[in-house]
Design a protein around this ligand. Structure first.
Ligand code: FAD
Ligand code: 2HG
Ligand code: ZN
Length: 485
């Protein structure tokens, strides 16, 4: 391929033929099959959110039932036709789009709530249900989806499970490995594995669903999700704070855990560079501060009693100011202000690529070393003469993320994608992370971007076991090929 000169199409995969399309059309209705044509270029499905990865698939299948998915997958396995499972296509590692001509299997037509139990809080739904729709449904019943992220308006419940997304409230609600109770999965041979009736407690043998959580569409297509949802907090507070140093960010975190304890629901941090890009991208939104500061922290509290939460937050802020950990700060006074404050955090991903493109690194690091990666990346890019005003390719390396979970997002904003920039950053970033015993993927997965770098975070034995599992479930390798496995 001209697009990816370093990967070759696997010739054991059949190229889509007329008889295959005829088969798909015998199983699916007209509206469930999209074929490339003069009026339909399928770019929406072939290209990823960052506009960095682009496949060349000529067909998208959007089955409306699990049985139809099962028939299609069985056929593709027998015919050696490669498939890419796709959710909302908001993934950030090039995992959700084809590399060559793989058939795109979108679960977006599988988007219904199956059941909700208002006593236990267990939600059962189709995988293609949009996360925000799931949360809005739960809100009507006084419950909340135990995961929130900036892409909620587009990403699917199945997609977040397939990537084991972390998001903005992992600090409070934990990982999906804990909250997902059961799954319905179509295996690469077309069989349907169903654990949707799983219970909160069930120690009967291997916990098979865990294998699919975070597997990124490589060993099964998730079609249904059963998840434990917590009650929705009655009161939310958001406070946006300015901090002088990364050292103080850590101290504010320790203090927030101590003083806010059970009501702390998010602790996010942003550096001044990420905020400079966001301000440029949102020129009409009033920024909370007139001055610039090196770091910012967004703290969310949520609980059952507004007065109690307000009092706790107020006394925390007073003493953080007194101790000079925080140099300036605002607290949202109403729902609109609360959303406005959140946008300075949630809009960074979009802002960081607004001028052309972005290289993203999503890493876990020991908290004390977390920000040093951003500093090291900027030094490296400056030494290589790549950063500065146009025509230099790099605008800036910026850092932000879920500091409460030890998860940094290093985004290198560029005017255009360039091999030179990529070479300066990779494997440099991965080596840096590995030297600190971090993880090269905290929450986005490996996908296509990090397919060659898994060895920086997993040892040989672990990688072998993963390959054995892949071989066992998908001996023909038809599911999401060319990706990390
Ligand atoms: P897709 O992008 O369609 O797919 C992602 C991967 O999962 C692919 O490998 C695909 O093959 C596979 N897949 C999708 N659906 C299925 C299925 N039903 N069965 C099997 N495999 C499937 N991530 C975080 O962890 N935390 C964040 O805070 C966060 N914020 C984000 C903010 C923005 C603005 C954006 C664009 C992305 C963000 N992400 C975040 C990335 C995150 O991975 C996705 O938003 C989400 O998890 C992907 O869901 P999706 O439905 O779009 O899946
Ligand atoms: C976030 O936390 C997402 O906003 C996206 O995980 C991070 O774009 C990124 O690098
Ligand atoms: Zn994130």
């Amino acid at each position: 391929s001209e697009v990816y000169p370093y990967v070759k199409r696997d010739t054991s995969f059949k190229k889509l033929a007329d008889e295959d399309v005829a088969f798909f059309k015998s199983v699916l209705s007209e509206s469930e099959v999209l074929e490339a044509s003069e009026t339909e270029d399928l770019a929406f499905y072939n290209e990823d959110w960052m506009r960095k990865y682009m496949g060349q698939s000529r067909i998208v299948l959007k089955p409306k039932s699990v049985e139809k998915i099962s028939k299609i997958v069985k056929y593709c396995n027998e015919q050696r036709l490669a498939l890419v499972p796709q959710g909302g296509n908001t993934g950030l590692v090039g995992g959700s789009v084809p590399v060559f001509d793989e058939i795109i299997l979108s679960v977006s037509n599988l988007n219904q709530i199956r059941s909700f139990d208002p006593v236990s809080g267990i939600l059962k739904c189709d995988a293609g249900l949009i996360l925000e729709n799931a949360d809005n449904f739960l809100a009507e019943h006084g419950y909340i989806f135990p995961l929130d992220l900036g892409a909620k308006g587009s990403c699917h419940v199945g997609g977040v499970v397939a990537t084991n997304a972390g998001g903005l409230r992992l600090l409070r609600y934990g990982s999906l490995h804990g909250s997902v109770l059961g799954l319905e999965v179509v295996l690469p041979n077309g069989e349907i594995l169903n654990s949707m009736d799983a219970l909160r407690k069930d120690n009967t043998g291997y916990d098979l669903k865990q294998l699919f959580i975070g597997s990124e569409g490589t060993i099964g297509i998730i079609t249904g999700v059963s998840i434990m949802t917590p009650t929705r907090p009655k009161a939310f507070n958001v406070s946006f704070l300015a901090v002088d140093s990364y050292e103080s960010v850590q101290k504010v975190f320790v203090k927030a855990k101590k003083d806010l304890s059970e009501i702390l629901s998010a602790f996010e941090f942003m550096d001044c560079h990420s905020q400079a890009l966001t301000k440029k991208h949102l020129p009409d939104s009033p920024y909370p501060f007139d001055d610039d500061y090196p770091f910012y922290v967004l703290i969310e509290t949520s609980g059952a009693n507004k007065e109690h939460d307000d009092a706790k937050l107020e006394s925390f802020l007073e003493s953080a100011m007194e101790e000079e950990l925080v140099v300036d700060g605002v607290v949202a006074q109403d729902e609109t202000e609360l959303k406005n404050l959140w946008q300075w955090r949630e809009m960074i991903p979009e802002s960081s690529q607004a001028e052309g493109g972005v290289y993203k690194y999503d890493v876990s690091l020991p908290l004390k070393d977390l920000y040093s990666l951003v500093e090291a990346a900027n030094v490296k890019l400056e030494e290589a003469g790549l950063v500065g005003d146009a025509p230099k390719p790099v605008i800036k390396a910026v850092g932000y993320g879920h500091v409460g979970d030890g998860n940094l997002h290093l985004n290198v904003a560029v005017r255009e994608y360039s091999k030179e920039v990529e070479k300066a950053l990779e494997p440099f970033v991965y080596e840096f992370v590995s030297s600190k015993h971090g993880s090269i993927s905290a929450e986005h997965g490996l996908g296509f971007q990090k397919k060659n770098y898994i060895g920086y975070s997993k040892n040989k034995e672990e990688i072998k076991l993963m390959k054995d599992l892949k071989q066992h479930y998908d001996p023909n390798g038809i599911l999401n090929p060319y990706k990390y496995i």
